[in-house]
Design a protein around this ligand. Structure first.
Ligand code: NAP
Length: 290
């Protein structure tokens, strides 16, 4: 069994150079079109718009299992590809960037599902498309960091300036902190609801589905500042990888294509749930624009 799995992975994870080029090309073209289908429907089988279904998975475990393969793929590619390419070691820049990716996903995949006081059930379609996103993204970025991008200090020097690299890492850090801060505000709403309703009959159940209009930080202006901060984070990552890094650019573009329709539909959900008066003046995700 194990050897047949390994046999299937050979040449795909990590991919050969030709396969890497093909996967990356498909990733850059198919994913934005696929994600754009969301503009045609208000259906989203997770979070606020999750509906009872026999195809639902428990939210926490869905987040855990769909997000974890991304950073495992990055680690696996960075561990195995250098030897296949005859590289003795990877430059520290590759390791630092791989580390930043893993750091984000230790939060998103491992900590986030269990820090949330509650997460609504998730439809298997949402979970499986996120899983596919994670694996493809992890393979593309992990392969670039593991040997198909710069692999010597001289190549890094010709690829991105030190100022740009440091600036990108700082922007990544600010985006991660902002993403965490706004996620935490949403957690706080649920924690307060839970404390308030703890003493009432079926209070726990009610607290699970409590939604308020969040107000802290950029929530004053936006309904989805945690999404915006995540985009800032991956913009910083792309900047540090160098503007020519196609997998980092594709990651940011594909995140925006996936999350923008969710934020716009989410804004409509807030308006329908809380009324025009209480929700007017706030944008979905881009300050002053959308
Ligand atoms: N969704 C994506 O496509 C996607 C992609 C990449 C990264 N991310 C990142 O993953 C994180 C979570 O994304 P998400 O789409 O699940 O965000 P979300 O819809 O805002 O939900 C986040 C969590 O907060 C709760 N929540 C949401 N709005 C609330 C409110 N008004 N009052 C109280 N609790 C509220 C949700 O509970 P319920 O589950 O009960 O609704 C859920 O546990 C974000 O930081 C985002 O940047 C998301």
């Amino acid at each position: 069994m194990m050897s047949s799995i390994t046999g299937t992975l050979v040449g795909w994870v990590p991919p050969t150079r030709a396969r890497y080029d093909t996967i990356l090309k498909l990733w850059q073209t198919i994913m934005p079109s696929f994600a754009s289908i969301q503009w045609l429907t208000k259906w989203n089988g997770m979070g606020k718009t999750s509906q009872p279904s026999m195809f639902n998975l428990p939210g926490r475990w869905a987040w855990f299992f769909m997000e974890i393969p991304g950073f495992l793929a990055v680690l696996y590619c960075m561990r195995t590809l250098p030897a296949q390419l005859g590289l003795v070691a990877l430059p520290w820049q590759n390791k630092l960037l791989g580390g930043l990716y893993v750091l984000h996903y230790l939060y998103r995949a491992v900590a986030f599902p269990f820090l949330q006081p509650s997460i609504n059930d998730m439809h298997i379609l949402n979970a499986s498309s996120a899983l596919l996103f994670q694996i493809t993204n992890g393979v593309c970025l992990g392969s670039w960091l593991g040997g198909y991008g710069p692999v010597t200090q001289a190549q890094w020097a010709g690829h991105v300036s030190a100022t740009q690299f440091v600036g990108g890492v700082v922007i990544f850090g600010l985006g991660l902190a902002g993403n965490y801060f706004h996620d935490e505000h949403l957690r706080d709403i649920r924690r307060r609801a839970r404390a308030k309703q703890a003493k009432t009959a079926d209070g726990e159940k009610k607290a699970k589905r409590t939604y308020e209009i969040p107000q802290a930080g950029l929530f004053q202006y936006l309904f989805y500042p945690h999404y915006l901060c995540e985009w800032v984070e991956w913009f910083g990552f792309w900047m540090a990888c160098g503007w020519g890094c196609a997998p980092a650019r594709a990651f940011l573009v594909n995140e925006i294509f996936s999350m923008l329709p969710r934020a716009v539909n989410g804004k409509a959900w807030y308006r329908d749930s809380f009324g025009e008066e209480k929700t007017k003046g706030k944008k979905a995700v881009l300050p002053g624009i959308l």
